[in-house]
Design a protein. Sequence first.
Length: 260
Amino acid sequence: MKEFLSKVAIVTGTSGIGRAISLRLAAGGASVLACGIEAAANRKLQQEADAQGWALRAELCDVSRPEQVQAVVQKAVTQFGGLDYLANCAAIHPFGTVVETAPETWNECLAVNLGSVYLLSHFGIPEMTKRGGGSIVVVASVQGHACQRGVAAYAASKGALHSLTRALALDHAGSRIRVNSISPGSIRTPMLERSAAHFSPRLPVDTVVKRFGEAHPLGRVGTVEEVAELAAFLLSDRSSFCTGGDYLVDGGLLAGIGVQ
């Protein structure tokens, strides 16, 4: 269904969830500028889109750098004629307690995971306002609600995204810009696989990922396509009365308590 015809989107992150959202929007007819710092992931995404003949351009961008984010927004407007959607998916996942986490690592995590959403909104919202409104999706995490041990910087950044989502939604509702966040549970991505290798280095990654999935009531990890489908709903007019909310796609992970 080409529900996104004539729409223009910027998506940050070109692997994992960002890749899936970019492809979902492009498949729906949107013109997509996907930006990420990993050149190999950018090339792969571009090849996938080109094979389908979709209007998607993958750009190299450090989303923690204001001048690079501003350039990406301007490129989307120049190439595609405006801006309607922002999907914030770029993230890094350092491990450690606050004692174990170096100040530069803490600052980098906040700059990428949280600061990039500020930057894309700072430069993007004025362009969306010119179009009469739009929609923003922020990929947060269940770790912003309840976290595991040893992920202090990551959990802090994701919790802050929930507050920023609410602030954006309130501040820009008058411009007909809706803002919502998504909090995934365990989703099979390169980031999840790195987490599996970190926490259980002696076990095969597939074994650890399966164990992660068994912690969810639905008994498995999620797919990036399942997250992308929720993002597509929240970006589209189908969710026209939804703003300021956080939507779990966590297989029931946060529905229960740890008592058997």
